[in-house]
Structures are given as C-alpha cells and as structure tokens.
Design a protein around this ligand. Structure first.
Ligand code: UDP
Length: 327
C-alpha cells in the first residue's frame, strides 16, 4: 500500500498513541490532533501535532486546509460507561457533535476515508453467547448510544456522500507497547487491568470489584480483553480495506474469550507475584454482565489476526508499563 497521510484524532490518548507508532512503523505519515484533555503530549513522539478540539469546527477546518490527508483515524472520545450514565451531556456533545464537525470538515475537503473507534457497548446486553456484528444494537448506556449514533451517521454519509468508513467495535482494550514506554494512563483511572496493577503497586486503595452477583460463573462481569497493538494492526488493515471498498463497514475486535473480573485479578496476581488487595462493592451503573466478541468477520474480511490471545500475556505488557510509568 502507498504511504498514507493520516490525521489521527485523539493521537495523544492510550490507543491513539499506540496507533501513531504503528502508522510510522508501517511507513505512513500520521498527524496528531488532540485537545490533551486526557491524552499525554509525551506519548506522541516526533510527529506533527495540533492541539485543538473537534468541537471547534473552525480549527478542524483549518487543519484540513493545511494538510492533504488521505484518511482519518478517529480515537477522540469520552469513553467511560459509568461517567456517561452520570453525565450524558458530555458524551453526546463530545462524541456525536465532535464527530459531526469532523465529518463535515472531511466532506468539505474531499477526504472520504475514515476509521472510526466504535465499541462493543453498541450491543447492550447480549442475546447470544458471543456477539457478531449483526447482533441487535441496543446499547444500555449513553456511551454506547453516542457511538451507535455516529455509526448511523457514517451509514448515511456513505449513502449520500460516498464517504467510506470502517467502524471498529473494540471489546476491552488492554496492555501496552512491548517497548514499555507508552501505556494506559488515565486520571482518575477507571479501567480494570490498570486498576488491578495500581493495586499491586499500592498506588490506590486496592481493587474495587464492581458486583459479584451477576449471572456469570463466579458472579463477576466477563469481558473480552484485546491487546492495544492488536487493535492497531486491525486499523492498518482497515486503512487498506478502505482503498478497495466503498460504503460503511463494521467489524468486531476481540479475542473471542471471556475473562471475569476475578479471573483477571488471579491472572494479575500470577503475573506480578503479589497478593493484590480487593473489596467487593455494588454494581457499576451501565455494565452488562458478559461481553465476548465473535471477531470472525475482521479475520476473514480484513485478514486480521490478534497476536495476544492470552490474558496473562496482555497483563504482562501492562505490568511492564505500570512499573516504570513515565507520564
Ligand atoms: N471493574 C471493576 N473494578 C474496577 C474497574 C472495572 O470491577 O476498578 C469491572 C467493571 O465493572 C467491568 C469490568 O471490570 O465489569 C471491565 O471494566 P472496564 O472499566 O475496564 O471496561 P468497560 O467494560 O467498562 O469498557
């Protein structure tokens, strides 16, 4: 594939910063656009960087006027299920209005290829054991609804304006670059694996397990953890896919194996060799009991194959990062 100039919205964030590295490694030219609300300037490296907000359409238009992009990868979003229940307004504003601005600026400049970070949260409570892309989309929280709204917009933009898009529905992103110098760092941290590892390092008050009365084998929620560099390889495949395919497409990204909160905790104790303190608390609002992907479509159509299929290996890479966390 020819080298592509790619605008990476949210390129200073956890997944976006890994993507910037993956793009460079693959010979592409990323340009980062980020408001640094949750991202880290230190994670970007030596690439063009514009500090700006998708809610400011004038700034977005200026960026598209300045560069000649082949495609856009869009990671900028609010992404915390619990927060979205408490404060849905910021989810609809950031995730829907922000993306609408981006799509408008793309359309005005004739940049018509987008890889969009969607989520398993668009499905809501599963009605099948593993979730395929044609599973009913009935999100149970505002975060999932905001992402589904964007997917609908992308369908309409494909039909009306020939905008090509791939929505990648991530299950639970986890892990860190093997080199150990970038990783997951949110403040406050809400995600399970970082919180387990911060508990191992005694940097929080111990893990809070949100609910042990779910209809699962051990009562805790089951999720499908997928390594961040595997997400990145799927984005590269999606970029290539867009050079050949019209329309709006969606693919699940997961390993197809579910791990409960307790299983993750046990795996982390094995990886770290530490006894990790935890306490069971009430359920967190908006959490479905089980989310496990059927990622068959990404494998057959994108030719994608995740490399990290073992949750312990995923936790190992995160542990390396957390021990030396640089930002
Ligand atoms: N979880 C937990 N304690 C934490 C963080 C998360 O018990 O400190 C649970 C959470 O309720 C969910 C699972 O771990 O069932 C994964 O949550 P996370 O926030 O990592 O990802 P999400 O599934 O919300 O995208």
């Amino acid at each position: 594939m020819q080298p592509q100039k790619v605008l990476v919205c949210g390129g200073a964030g956890y997944i976006g910063s890994h993507m910037v590295r993956a793009l460079i490694k693959a010979g592409h030219q990323p340009v980062v656009f980020d408001n640094l609300s949750t991202g880290h300037i230190d994670s970007i490296g030596d690439v063009d960087f514009i500090r700006g907000d998708l809610l400011d359409i004038q700034v977005v238009r200026r960026v598209f006027g300045e560069y000649c992009f082949d495609a856009v990868m869009h990671f900028s979003a609010k992404s915390l299920v619990g927060e979205s229940v408490v404060d849905p307004a910021i989810y609809y504003t950031n995730n829907v209005t922000g993306t609408a601005n981006l799509l408008e600026a793309m359309r005005e400049c004739g940049v018509l290829k987008l890889v969009f970070s969607s989520t398993a949260a668009v499905y809501g409570n599963p009605v099948t054991e593993t979730i395929r892309e044609d599973h009913p989309r009935a999100p149970v929280n505002p975060y999932g609804r905001s992402k589904l709204m964007v997917e609908h917009m992308l369908g309409d933009y494909a039909a009306a304006y020939d905008m090509r898009s791939v929505s990648l529905r991530y299950f639970n992103a986890a892990g860190a670059d093997e080199a150990g110098d970038i990783g997951e760092a949110h403040n406050p941290e809400t995600h399970l694996i970082p919180n387990v590892l911060l508990a191992a390092l005694e940097k929080n008050e111990g893990l809070k397990v949100f609910g042990d009365d779910y209809p699962t084998a051990d009562g805790t929620c089951v999720r499908d953890y997928i390594h961040v560099t595997d997400l990145c390889s799927a984005h590269l495949a999606a970029l290539e896919y867009l050079t050949l395919h019209n329309g709006a497409h969606a693919f699940n990204l997961g390993n197809g194996n579910g791990f409960s909160v307790r299983q993750v905790l046990d795996a982390a104790m094995r990886v770290t060799g530490k006894e990790i303190p935890y306490a069971v608390e009430g359920r967190r609002a908006g959490d479905p009991a089980i989310l496990v992907a059927d990622a068959g479509r990404a494998k057959t159509e994108l030719g994608w194959q995740p490399e990290y299929t073992d949750v312990e290996k995923i936790i190992e890479t995160a542990w390396r990062w957390h021990q030396e966390q640089r930002y």
